[in-house]
Ligand binder design. Sequence first.
Ligand SMILES: Cc1cc2nc3c(=O)[nH]c(=O)nc-3n(C[C@H](O)[C@H](O)[C@H](O)COP(=O)(O)O)c2cc1C
Length: 331
Amino acid sequence: MALDPNIRSHLALPAVCAPMTAVTGPELVTEACKSGIIGALPPQNAKRFEEFEGWMKQIDDDLKQFRDANPNTRVGPLAINLSTQKSLDEIAEDMKLCAKYGIKIFITAMGNPSEMAKRVHDYGGVIWHDVTSLKHAEKAMQAGVDGMTCIGAGGGGHSGTMSHLVLVPKVRQMFNGTIIMAGAVATGAVIRAGEILGADLAYLGTRMIATKEARVDPRYSQMLADDTSQDLIFTPKVTGVPANWMKNSLRLVGLDPDDLPVAKGHRDRSHLPEGVTPWRDIWSGGQAMDLINDVPTVAELVKRLRQEYVAACQIPDMADAARQSGEALSA
Ligand SMILES: Cc1cc2nc3c(=O)[nH]c(=O)nc-3n(C[C@H](O)[C@H](O)[C@H](O)COP(=O)(O)O)c2cc1C
């Protein structure tokens, strides 16, 4: 396992509240950090740099106050999602602000992370990059990333299609850095399963959208609790890149999930009804929906995840029998 002990020692559960466009705001990450997991913020969710600046100050103030009032509680670190859709100058400005608040963890999702890895290392931070295949993983390793978020099948957003049961252990064989298991993680037992497969941390996206602090239309969180994975469509038609979309949210904006218009390219929106923006108006979720039945606060959710994780760590194993059989064979 290769998670920096300085990060691990601040966690009460090996988990990350995943960064999410049109979902994550300061409330979600602050509550995640207070609950002892990593909170990941995408600065691009702020409309202007000044708004991002305000968020960073607000998060820092809230967490300082919380630490002072709860000196024995583990408070997770804040991570920042660097958007490849921003210019290098804009990213430099974001990182300068991050330095002011002592941010150490940076997350990248799309494209070749080589340039970002260099910038993050010059800054003195660590970079974790999303991978959905072994080819991506090899490229990320060559780019010099410190961690890989292995997104397996059934995830929300731009999900992977490969089984976690292969992706995570295979990347662990290749890579000594931090591994984060992502896609369809919704319970403490799954977080533990990720560790057994070789991951240091688990990423929770869809599960965190169905919380009180997610900055979403309440119908979105409720739909995650009410609908199932049968109500998802994995298609590139909406944004040009394959992603999991909730069929009932497509219907809400007047689209027929069985007869969708097709995006002409990654940034194309002309095929969508006027004023409709994917992620904000067309909602994404993953197969974790089958395990989501409520919309709790982040604190309530992480408390439950911790309990499930502890229970999973105590599941009886057959290690004695396996050991004894081995001894009998070699006798
Ligand atoms: C609505 C939504 C928006 C997302 N936006 C981003 C993003 O801005 N940056 C990013 O790195 N990943 C983004 N993701 C991917 C998540 O960070 C994470 O990898 C994914 O949600 C994990 O799968 P899960 O939803 O099944 O837990 C998004 C996912 C969803 C569902």
